[in-house]
Design a protein around this ligand. Structure first.
Ligand code: AP5
Ligand code: MG
Ligand code: ZN
Length: 218
């Protein structure tokens, strides 16, 4: 039984296309767990905001809905694997090479594949807002803040991501199908995959992930 909330180490991947709810579920899962959240998209956006060399390189790909090259992303993740708590990977791995690189450094306990349709992704992402300060995720249709444009948690400003334009969302979805979807079978064959219906209420999605976490999959 895997029970990271009871102090056991546990490494989990949230796998899913754009708008599947990876970040939303990570927020929920981390409410009562001491795992380290490793969200490669968030880290890359932070690098872009800071104008670092990595950020400047990454932005060209992100703006087009393409993947940032594996060597840059793997190096960035490896530098952050310093902790002993167990990891919640969000948006990583995203290619076979990334999955193999990760497999060389740690064992995974669960890959939760959160599945949604392309039309649902476009709908959710066109209405997503994110807090500039704490990263909390909102939605103008499904989960609006108490005050428009202001984060309930920290009063930070809410903004719309540059890649949340309908044409880029479609390219990101196509990139997911081409480059990331092969990981579904890769992890299924290893007995690690749990497929989750992402088009339910966020609490129902969470309950399915929690249940997979507590049962183990292998
Ligand atoms: P990344 O930031 O990871 O973007 P993504 O994978 O496209 O996923 P999103 O963050 O858009 O969606 P999410 O699944 O987190 O959904 P959320 O919870 O926000 O990556 C961005 C870019 O960085 C990539 O395109 C690539 O260029 C680069 N990159 C990142 N990682 C990389 C890697 N490993 N290798 C190479 N390049 C990499 O939810 C979405 C919206 O829906 C929200 O408004 C939310 O409130 C709402 N919502 C969530 N759940 C529900 C629900 N159940 N019902 C209704 N609404 C919901
Ligand atoms: Mg996300
Ligand atoms: Zn905030």
């Amino acid at each position: 039984m895997l029970a990271p909330s009871d102090g056991e180490k546990c490494n989990v991947v949230l796998l899913g296309g754009p708008g599947a709810g990876k970040g939303t579920q990570a927020e929920k899962l981390l409410e009562d767990r001491r795992m380290q959240h490793l969200a490669t998209g968030d880290i890359l956006r932070d690098e872009v905001d800071k104008g670092t060399e990595l950020g400047l390189k990454a932005k060209k790909y992100m703006d087009k809905g393409e993947l940032v090259p594996d060597d840059l992303v793997v190096d960035m993740v490896q530098k952050r694997l310093t902790d002993q708590k167990g990891y919640l990977f969000d948006g990583f791995p995203r290619t076979m090479d990334q999955a193999k690189a990760l497999g060389r450094v740690l064992d995974l306990d669960l890959v939760a594949y959160i599945k949604i349709s392309k039309s649902e992704a476009v709908r959710r992402l066109s209405s997503r807002r994110v807090c500039r300060d704490c990263g909390r995720i909102y939605n103008t249709i499904f989960k609006s803040p108490e005050r428009e444009g202001v984060c309930d948690e920290c009063s930070g400003n809410l903004y719309q991501r540059d890649d949340d334009k309908p044409e880029v969302i479609r390219d990101r979805f196509a990139t997911f199908l081409d480059e990331t979807a092969p990981l579904i079978d890769f992890y299924r064959e290893r007995g690690l995959l749990e497929e989750i219906d992402g088009e339910q209420q966020p609490e129902e999605v969470q309950a399915e992930i929690e249940s997979a976490l507590h049962q183990g999959t292998g």
